[in-house]
Design a protein around this ligand. Structure first.
Ligand SMILES: Nc1nc2c(ncn2[C@@H]2O[C@H](COP(=O)(O)OP(=O)(O)OP(=O)(O)O)[C@@H](O)[C@H]2O)c(=O)[nH]1
Ligand SMILES: [Mg+2]
Length: 422
């Protein structure tokens, strides 16, 4: 904001114009982008709620807000949330309006405030305070902001996590240095299970990305060793990918075949076929799996967008799996994916994940769906289309791995006990 105003004071006043928590993102600044009205339109269209802030001489600020930008430049439209405001001698004055009129030369907040282009000099913008019966005045600066509603954000996070690079590196190191407990196995096997398209394979490739490995994924039972250094050293953590659970008539893996994999019967590279039941006549079938073949932790992967609406057969399949896997003594956790697609604020900044009320609800819903306590469920954002790594995204992925490994260790620690009772 302009130099002659202390930024915090003006910003506070502007924030106070709105009822809930909001955040401003600058879309347009006259001195930067030029004072052309068509540029303002172009930059502001389809951005949701927009606030214009104009600076006149003598420290006077005039501005207005609309809850949606016009699709048609030549339209008058109703806007229940629109208002205009003046700040003069540090006093803020806000007036609600019911409608806005705009064309290529002007934007009119009812009969209060009017922004317009001079007919003679198109490189200048003007504002008129019509309600004060003032003549038009030249704008020294004009800023347009997108106003983001943070109303769904909690004041403090419901789960504490720190988001700096040091923490990320610590988490990374703790996973690089991980060793399975009790020298029972050299590798800890984790199986990802969940509906088709939930993000199982993406999670494995995201882990690969965090460690700068390279992971290619195919639709078969495959285990992925994560390379944790450029030298190609392999981590004792092995993530096993498989076909997703199918909905209704869609092809997908059946509950019994998942259990076969958990028990360690399914050979590496097995190509799932939704109609075939895995059994002793399956090629490469491991009839007497040792502890090294067995899965030490099952990580359910569910899509945050669908967690409350999965069809009955998926819900039943997940419940059945949970009970049967529990009886095998295999610990279970869950990853909630696609969180960026249920919360705009989280899409912009993943570190907001634990202040988003919406995502907290989804985690609770995932707990109900799977019959797991909320403490074993973590939200993650997979690297899907992004090319750049992001520290907070890394932290969530590493945090999920840490949870998985903590539970996998319990499998080995309790192994003798479960072997004895089976
Ligand atoms: N935006 C977003 N997209 C995701 C996320 N996770 C996965 N995706 C996308 O969702 C689609 C499905 O992801 P996959 O990883 O193939 O899902 P899957 O669980 O392996 O699916 P199947 O192997 O078919 O059972 C892909 O297009 C991914 O790019 C996420 O956290 N955020
Ligand atoms: Mg997959």
């Amino acid at each position: 904001l302009l130099k002659f105003y202390s930024k915090s004071q003006t910003e506070k006043q502007l924030l106070s114009l709105f009822e809930g928590h909001v955040k401003f993102s600058l879309l347009y600044k006259g001195s930067l982008h030029g004072f052309s009205v068509s540029d303002i339109f172009q930059k502001s269209i389809n951005q949701g709620c927009i606030m214009m802030v104009g600076y006149l001489a003598d420290d006077v600020i005039v501005g207005g807000c609309t809850s949606q930008w016009l699709r048609d430049h030549y339209a008058a439209f109703k806007d229940e949330k629109a208002f205009y405001f003046y700040i003069e001698q540090s006093e803020l004055d806000r007036t609600s309006v019911k409608s806005i009129t705009a064309n290529i030369n002007m934007i009119n907040f009812e009969n209060g405030l009017k922004f317009h282009l001079s007919k003679t000099n198109t490189s200048k913008l003007f504002a008129t305070r019509v309600d004060l019966e003032e003549e038009e005045k030249v704008l020294q600066e004009l800023e347009v902001y997108r106003v983001e509603d943070l109303g769904d954000l909690l004041d403090s996070p419901w789960r504490e996590l720190y988001w700096d690079e040091e923490i990320r590196d610590q988490l990374k190191n703790s996973i690089i240095n991980y060793k399975p407990p009790l020298n029972l196995v050299s590798k800890t096997k984790v199986l990802l299970v969940g509906p088709v398209g939930a993000g199982k394979s993406s999670f494995i490739s995201s882990v690969g990305s965090v460690f700068h490995g390279w992971v290619a994924l195919r639709a078969m039972f495959r285990s992925y060793n994560i390379k944790t250094s450029q030298a190609g050293e392999q981590n004792p953590l092995v993530l096993c990918d498989m076909m997703g659970l199918g909905e209704e008539d869609l092809p997908g893996v059946k509950v019994n075949n998942v259990l076969q994999a958990v028990k360690g019967h399914v050979p590496e590279g097995y190509k799932f076929n939704s109609s075939e039941a895995i059994g002793s006549d399956t090629r490469g079938y491991i009839s007497t799996p040792g502890i090294a073949n067995k899965i030490a932790c099952v990580a359910f992967v569910v899509d945050a967008r669908k967690v409350q609406t999965y069809p009955d057969d998926i819900q039943e399949g997940l419940q059945e799996l949970r009970l049967k896997i529990r009886d095998l003594g295999v610990p279970q956790v869950a990853l909630l994916t696609h969180i960026d697609e249920v919360c705009h604020a989280v899409d912009k900044d993943v570190s907001r994940v634990y202040v988003c009320r919406h995502i907290q609800d989804k985690v609770t819903a995932a707990g109900n769906l799977l019959g797991l306590p909320v403490s074993c469920i973590v939200p993650v954002r997979n690297y899907s289309s992004e090319l750049e790594l992001d520290c907070s995204t890394d932290i969530l992925i590493l945090n999920a791995l840490e949870l998985i490994l903590r539970y996998a260790d319990l499998f080995y620690e309790d192994y003798d006990f479960f072997k004895a009772i089976q």
